[in-house]
Design a protein around this ligand. Structure first.
Ligand code: BGC
Length: 488
């Protein structure tokens, strides 16, 4: 059966357009990760919305490890993730009832309105409201785009196609950093341009929704068998799709036997392993410390003695490494598999973090700088760290939960993974500065400890899912696994 499916597809211009358009959902998410920190550091922005914060910041005592920290500003960043967290559950219902394509369309509309509202904001209320709408857009997009890509991908390229989401996340982060660098020199409304530009990927996504198709699984699940079959022919680029069509129909029939997307189903044996894995992968993804690097790289690079253009330099370096290494993952994920990438990256991230921690603990005081050689070594280590995250925990945190749930819990189960990501992203954003101030360079050892835990988790609990049809996970993966098989 597997071989039939593998041979039966061609990569057509149409299907590639579907992947690219949908992946713009990732660009919206990445753009926001990249834009918020920079905007909330712009003086014009602070003077307009948070004048007290600005005054306090002018007189704040900072050193290498204790940067200015304000809960209201952090709330500005986190409000988006908190609204995305709740939105992902509504999105899961929409993805089941209305289909994947319509849900992506809804995401793009929320995002466009949110971007416009934030860009023209006259007061705090408008600004926060804009953030909440942005957040709903992110929640709907992150819930649906990875599922969409997984469901339309031919099985032998499923990993690579899904990783287009993460590729666009990394491109979004990179573009946002460049935009912020440019707009920080435009007074007094540069921040408006930064926030408003978010509408561009959203408009492209919105237009794309009229080009892309819904997934065959979603169409058949909602009773449109004929359309599901013709869509399958269209996206596979061949006329004989009978075998795959029958498998999807069987999967939908099986899902119909139980009450769809109900929370109770998540506690049944077939859904427990993907739920535990999906949620923990997202917790671990954030505890790699990646967003501490993504949000605070400029501060870190300045600390290490890079003076002029430190923030541009740091975002260009980490941005290029992040985007470039994601291609490595696209190339390797369906060849070497998911487990090897995750385990290899744990080793590389661990060595990088331990070495950064050791250098900073021994050579960087609270007020001094590193010497040039050590600073260059730390930059190199940040790159080896970002590189390994980008070909492993970054993309696979989204891929694995999207391919392991059975259809009856796919959208609800994935919503748990998405909301966990949102929750832990905001926790890291909220707590990192305080932790850095208390733990100093030892914070790198804190993240290293987590990397050991996640490596062990992958080794013992995460089975390989490369090349397994998504509708055969129970028999071919969970029932064969030394630990998970005990559930059946
Ligand atoms: C993560 C983000 C992170 C980004 C970095 C994503 O997979 O969910 O939190 O900022 O990767 O590229």
């Amino acid at each position: 059966m597997l071989n039939v499916r593998m041979n039966n597809s061609k990569i057509t211009v149409y299907v590639v357009s579907c992947w690219i358009f949908a992946a713009f959902g990732g660009l919206m998410f990445g753009y926001d990760i990249g834009i918020s920190g920079g905007v909330s550091a712009m003086d014009d922005f602070l003077i307009k919305f948070f004048p007290h914060v600005y005054q306090t910041k002018l007189h704040a005592k900072e050193n290498n490890y204790c940067k200015y920290d304000n809960w209201l500003l952090q709330l500005f960043t986190s409000s988006l993730y908190i609204s995305a967290l709740f939105a992902s559950f509504f999105a899961s219902k929409a993805a089941t009832k209305l289909g994947r394509r319509t849900t992506i369309l809804i995401a793009s509309i929320f995002f466009i309105v949110g971007a416009v509202l934030s860009a023209v904001a006259k007061n705090k209320l408008m600004l926060i409201f804009g953030r909440i709408l942005f957040g709903i857009g992110v929640g709907f997009g992150n819930e649906t785009v990875p599922l969409f890509l997984t469901e339309v991908a031919p099985i032998q390229h499923r990993g690579a196609v899904n990783i287009m989401f993460q590729l666009f996340v990394t491109i979004g982060i990179f573009i946002a950093n460049l935009v912020n660098y440019g707009t920080s020199m435009i007074h007094p409304y540069g921040w408006r341009i930064s926030l408003g530009f978010a509408a561009i990927p959203a408009v492209i996504l919105c237009i794309g929704c009229f080009v892309i198709t819904d997934t065959p699984t979603s169409l058949i699940e909602r009773g449109n068998e004929e359309q599901g079959k013709s869509t399958l022919v269209k996206i596979r680029g061949v006329s004989d799709v009978e075998a795959e069509y029958k498998e999807i129909v069987a999967e939908c029939e099986q899902a119909k036997q139980v009450k769809q997307q109900s929370l109770k189903n998540l506690l049944k044996p077939a859904s427990i392993p993907p739920l535990v894995i999906g949620v923990l992968l997202q917790v671990f993804q954030q505890f790699t410390g990646i967003n501490a690097i993504m949000f605070y790289a400029p501060v870190l690079f300045q600390t290490m003695g890079f003076k002029a253009n430190a923030s541009l330099l740091s975002s260009v370096i980490t941005g290029i490494v992040n985007v470039g290494s994601t291609f490595v993952s696209i190339y390797l994920v369906d060849k070497v598999g998911r487990r090897k990438l995750l385990l290899q990256a744990c080793c590389q991230m661990l060595i990088s973090q331990l070495a950064i921690g050791a250098i900073l603990v021994t050579s960087l005081s609270e007020t001094g700088t590193l010497n040039r050689t050590l600073a260059a070594i730390v930059v190199l280590l940040v790159c080896t760290y970002v590189m390994s995250f980008a070909w492993s925990w970054g993309p696979l945190g989204w891929l694995i939960p999207s391919e392991t749930f059975p259809l009856e819990t796919r959208t609800t189960g994935f919503a748990f993974a998405v909301s966990t990501n949102m929750l832990f992203t905001s926790i890291v954003a909220q707590l990192f500065l305080t932790m850095l101030c208390t733990m100093k360079a030892y914070i790198f050892f804190f993240f290293s400890g987590w990397i050991v835990v996640m490596g062990l988790f992958v080794y013992f609990f995460l089975p390989e899912t490369k090349g397994v049809p998504i509708d055969s996970m129970v028999e071919r993966v969970w029932m064969q696994h030394p630990i998970w098989k005990r559930l059946f």
